[in-house]
Design a protein around this ligand. Structure first.
Ligand code: UDP
Length: 562
């Protein structure tokens, strides 16, 4: 069956159920964004033309909202608790629905069981039963529940699962045996999924799929109106919880010399003691009123927490400049409580790395807050700087629809992955050394062009500098690491073509392989396909990195990827 774009979301609102504050928040958001989704669907339909889109049957099981996993979020929706997850789930549901797929939504174990055909009361169904869904979107909590309640069929069907995972899961943490042996400990378990089955809120590491969310878009008239109506001395502080203001008196004092400071901190009856009297605190605002506040403000300022939420993108989309602190040393699961136990070693160099690296100046200023002069100078410079509202394409409704469409049509983790070592499968290696002898390219005349996605012709392979990760190596060349290309490089032949002088070649399980170790001139190949990883580095190794191009503003997709 062909999928047909939908522009009326009222049936989706019914599917989402009711009762919980979290669902109420999500439904309000979906309703408010209906017109934007409809317009985006129209545009994407035009862009795709006659491209065939199969309709999938999709189950969305939002594990963290189930009572069985404690549902700690719903009671905090009106109290300044995290809303980013709910923003993202609301947008995922909207995107899947607008794309025209068959949708079921569950937020309790009972509903999950009835949709999976497990009789309620029975712990799990021991028999392998047919699964009525092509795809299941869930989170780590939901994954655990499915494992407990699907019996044997969990193993059979887990390739259909997509895990919404805000901060991402690196391959070294995903592979049970490897993680256990090498101390990649997590609170979230080891699932041996294809790392691309984990879908993140921002494009952290290309080892995972970037899911994202949307921010409200402005038309030209609105943009002009906003630019005219900005109060050049108005600042809004990022953060809904009072705790983020603790110990920030010095910065607030400096900022207060130049600007009127506004906050949206939740409070019960009186002003939270952490928020100084000179701050205009509006209390936690409904989302549309928060947007209105951002439209008037010049500056949106972060004090280090929360990490990587939607609000800075909304601020920038509404014409604010975002000022945030640089973290030096960077925060990570090794040194910060918040990230401890999360399945990633990613180092976070500022409160919002996406804003810093993908947007940057003039919209985003990342400065060292320990240096009061630098901080003060930034505020003064920001007050003089004019910016236009800006929203990266990948965070528009159209961008999100385009990306999810591409994933649904092209990502298939149920076909067995190729072997880590190509061996007999690549009688002739399909790439050649580029004319400037810096990297490998797909050979123009190579007959071997697998039907894989993304298309292998966009492969560019580089030997990283010692101690560099493939994520960074590719970015340094204006490209993005593409883990699905690793198998093409995992051969002696690749080293040979790159003129790497291997004295010997060994094949082992290591998330940094394929790589070349300078001392000893040894070349290492990857033995375990699940461990191919863009993330990760060690000064001992020069990694062999598969990169590809990407579209400006849509980093998940290569030029020929739709
Ligand atoms: N938000 C809101 N009212 C406010 C402040 C923020 O509704 O007073 C919304 C905001 O529009 C954003 C969401 O809260 O979409 C999550 O924002 P944040 O970046 O703070 O991430 P979180 O830590 O909540 O996940």
């Amino acid at each position: 069956v062909q999928a047909v774009f939908r522009s009326n979301l009222s049936h989706l609102l019914d599917l989402m159920g009711s009762g919980k504050e979290s669902l109420i928040f999500m439904k309000k958001r979906t309703k408010r964004l209906t017109a934007q989704w409809a317009l985006a669907a129209q545009r994407l339909a035009q862009k795709l033309g006659a491209t065939r889109r199969d309709q999938k049957q999709i189950l969305v099981h939002i594990g963290f909202l189930t009572e069985e996993s404690g549902d700690v979020f719903s009671p905090r929706v009106l109290k300044g608790g995290p809303l980013g997850e709910m923003v993202q789930w609301a947008d995922i549901l909207a995107a899947l629905y607008v794309l025209g797929h068959g949708l079921r939504v569950t937020v309790s174990l009972k509903e999950l069981q009835s949709n999976l055909g497990v009789p309620p009361g029975r712990g799990s169904c021991p028999l392998t039963m047919p699964l009525p869904f092509d795809l299941i979107y869930t989170d780590y909590h939901g994954l655990q529940q499915m494992k407990q309640h699907m019996g044997l069929s969990f193993k059979k069907y887990r390739c259909r699962i997509r895990v919404i995972d805000t901060f991402g899961t690196e391959p070294a943490y995903n592979h049970e045996e490897y993680a256990t042996l090498h101390g990649y400990r997590t609170n979230w378990g080891y699932w041996n999924l294809n790392p691309k089955q984990f879908m993140t809120m921002f494009p952290h590491t290309p080892d995972n799929s970037f899911m994202g969310f949307v921010s409200e878009e402005l038309n030209e008239t609105e943009k002009q109106l906003i630019k005219g109506g900005k109060a050049s001395n108005m600042a809004v502080v990022y953060g809904k919880e009072a705790s983020i203001w603790k110990g920030k008196e010095k910065f607030l004092g400096i900022l207060n010399k130049y600007m009127e400071i506004h906050g949206t901190v939740y409070y019960e009856s009186q002003r939270p003691p952490e928020v100084p009297a000179f701050v205009k605190n509006h209390g936690l605002l409904p989302q549309p009123e928060f947007q209105q506040l951002l439209r008037k403000a010049k500056l949106f300022i972060g004090f280090g927490f929360p990490y990587e939420g939607p609000a800075p993108l909304e601020a920038i989309a509404n014409g604010c400049i975002f000022l945030q602190s640089r973290f030096s040393p960077p925060h990570s699961s090794l040194n910060h409580e918040f990230f401890r136990g999360k399945p990633t070693s990613r180092e976070v160099f500022s409160q919002h790395p996406y804003a810093e690296n993908f947007i940057g100046k003039p919209h985003v200023w990342t400065v060292d807050y320990n240096n009061s002069e630098e901080f003060e100078a930034a505020i003064k410079a920001i007050m003089r700087t004019q910016v236009d509202p800006y929203l990266p394409y990948e965070y528009t409704c159209e961008g999100m629809l385009e990306r999810i469409h591409a994933y649904i049509q092209h990502q298939d983790f149920c076909i067995a992955p190729g072997p880590a070592l190509p061996g007999a499968h690549t009688p002739q290696s399909p790439f050649v050394l580029a004319p400037n002898a810096t990297h490998l390219e797909w050979a123009r005349n190579a007959s071997l062009a697998p039907a894989a996605w993304p298309p292998a012709r966009s492969l560019r392979a580089w030997l990283a500098a010692p101690g560099k990760a493939c994520t960074d190596t590719c970015l340094d060349h204006g490209l993005i690491c593409e883990p699905s290309f690793f198998p093409f490089l995992n051969s002696q032949d690749a080293f040979l073509k790159l003129q790497v002088p291997c004295d010997s070649t060994e094949s082992e399980m290591n998330h940094l392989y394929p790589a070349f170790a300078q001392p000893g001139q040894e070349c290492y190949l990857q033995k375990e396909p699940l461990l191919f990883s863009c993330a990760g580095s060690n000064s001992k190794y020069r990694r062999l990195c598969p990169c590809r191009d990407f579209r400006k503003g849509q980093v998940a997709l290569c030029q020929g990827c739709l």
